[in-house]
Design a protein. Structure first.
Length: 543
């Protein structure tokens, strides 16, 4: 094979090629994002429209049906699901897997915009968003709690300090806060007074809207400069609402205080948060779509540690749960499994080959193939997740097969009397076709997994590609690096490892087990082909 001949004749070139693969692989590994699963989101778009006070029937008639009719004309729609409930209409549009989701989302927005003018007047602005997949789950949960501070003080601290600092952390998309106690100004109107002054609650609302707004007046132009005039009408103090003029009756000014009572209190809570039974303020921190979940988690923890140093006494910012820790620990476990599998594989190879040089030559295939696989992971846009790491863990035993077969055949030719250089070339050439057939058979098994249909195929695509690339790289190493090292790194004439106390016993024990298996295998073959067992048949392995 020309690739083997070039490697044997140019050992420095072959070494530099392997070094280049390792350098590119390590660089690619450093650039990879870490996730739990592949970044695959179902092709679903959600439309939500709030309609306060409407019954489910009214919501279905006035919102849901017009939206469904408008969305039916979009190409690539697979299914439309809708829920009409009290005060809200929710519609989910599922597209074909082959659909361009960026274009699909834009078309959904355009269709909803065409029917929005026909919505009821009290209906809110439609919310259109694509299903976010893994980013729909918070990355970190935090809680702010205190036994000495009031709920209002905690809410101000959470809203003005903690949330703003967390939002500035690297990779954070948004922070949802739960359990806040919000200040509210309530006006309890007296129906009898309203009837006496011939007013309605709508009149009061309009008066408050007029009085509590900043109005632009215009532009004053002078000889030297221009000035923008704006009337600031925002109420600064809640008590000032009582002096708002609602109307004029019989020359008398009717103020808001004449129609009801102004009450300043806390708003009815829409969420409650507790930690171990203690009232708290909860923070759900979501990462950006392309952010590294591990790096984002570390940035959030650093921000939390910085906040703890500036919190008042008696206030605690507690880390409840970090999804980034779970992902990091799980991936570390997969990495340890991969390393353990590689070490066990090398140990078994050593016990069988009885040569540390052969073990090193064949064992180099493992790190080179695994590290080089990260190049394909980076180029294909994959991430470090359970699928890609599991692919490398499962194929760790397959990566060294080609190197073992090639090395064993080279050693056999050396024992037949050939020189190391000639044995490396002839041994690889002789068994090259069989090794290629074995490798391509493995690829033929795993590559179709990468092209499965449906959403499952999307998840297994990184798995199949990673296995195929790693196996092909191991084939390349077996035809280049292994023959080259075998030609220049010669085995000693005697095996001194047999004299080492522990290793010698293990190697001799392995030989005895293999001799027994060899004898049983040979007896089985004779029994199968002759129909009866033959005594006295057995053989000892010769080395």
């Amino acid at each position: 094979m020309w690739i083997t001949r070039v490697s044997i004749n140019n050992p420095v070139f072959a070494t530099m090629v392997m070094a280049a693969l390792c350098v590119l692989g390590l660089f690619s590994y450093a650039q990879l994002r870490v996730e739990r699963l592949p970044d695959i989101a179902p092709p679903i778009v959600y439309i939500s429209v709030a309609y306060p006070g409407a019954s489910p029937d009214a919501t279905e008639t006035e919102l849901t049906r017009p939206i469904e009719l408008a969305l039916n004309g979009i190409a690539g729609v697979k299914m439309i699901r809708s829920n009409s409930m009290e005060g809200r209409s929710e519609t989910g549009v599922e597209f074909q897997l082959s659909a361009d989701m960026n274009r699909a989302v834009q078309e959904v927005r355009d269709k909803v915009a065409t029917v929005q003018p026909n919505f009821p007047r009290d209906a809110k602005q439609p919310y259109v968003a694509r299903f976010d997949g893994e980013n729909a789950q918070p990355t970190v949960y935090l809680s702010l709690l205190s036994k000495d501070r009031s709920a209002r003080e905690l809410s101000l601290l959470a809203d003005q300090v903690v949330r703003k600092r967390l939002e500035r952390s690297t990779g954070v998309a948004r922070v949802d806060v739960g359990g806040l106690t919000v200040r509210q100004v309530r006006i309890d109107l007296d129906p009898q007074r309203l009837r006496a002054y011939q007013l309605t609650p709508a009149d009061v609302a309009q008066a408050l809207q007029r009085a509590n707004s900043d109005m632009p007046v215009g532009l004053l132009t002078g000889t030297k400069e221009d000035a923008i005039v704006r009337v600031e009408g925002k109420v600064k103090d809640a008590k000032a609402f009582a002096d708002v003029v609602v109307a004029s009756r019989n020359g008398m000014v009717v103020r808001l205080a004449d129609l009801g009572t102004l009450v300043e209190r806390e708003r009815e809570p829409d969420s409650i948060s507790r930690v171990d039974g203690v009232p708290a303020i909860s923070f759900q921190v979501f990462k950006q779509q392309d952010a590294n979940i591990v790096e984002t988690g570390k940035a959030i923890k650093d921000a939390a540690e910085e906040l703890r140093k500036g919190l008042p006494p008696g206030v605690e910012l507690r880390l409840v749960y970090a999804d980034s820790d779970w992902v990091e620990n799980s991936l570390d476990g997969v990495k340890h499994t991969l390393i353990e599998g590689a070490l066990l594989t090398i140990a078994i190879v050593f016990l069988f080959l009885h040569s540390w040089r052969s073990t090193v030559i064949t064992g180099l295939t493992l790190p080179i193939a695994v590290i080089s696989a990260f190049i394909a992971v980076y180029l294909f846009g994959f991430t470090l997740n359970f699928m890609t790491m599991m692919a490398l863990s499962l194929c760790i035993g397959l990566l060294i097969d080609d190197a073992i077969v090639v090395r064993e055949n080279i050693v056999r030719h050396v024992h037949l009397g050939k020189g190391h250089r000639e044995a490396a070339h002839v041994g690889t050439e002789e068994i090259g076709l069989a090794v290629m057939a074995t490798t391509f058979a493995i690829c033929a098994v795993f590559v179709p997994v990468a092209f499965m249909k449906g959403i499952v195929g999307k998840f297994f695509f990184p798995f199949g590609i990673t296995v195929a690339v790693a196996v092909l790289v191991s084939l390349f190493v077996s035809f280049t690096l292994d023959p080259m090292l075998s030609s220049i790194w010669r085995d000693p004439p005697t095996n001194r490892l047999l004299k080492v106390p522990v290793l010698g016993h293990l190697m001799r024990g392995t030989d005895r087990v293999l001799d027994v298996l060899h004898d049983l295998y040979e007896r089985s073959i004779h029994w199968i082909f002759s129909g009866r067992p033959q005594a006295g048949i057995g053989g000892k392995r010769t080395r």
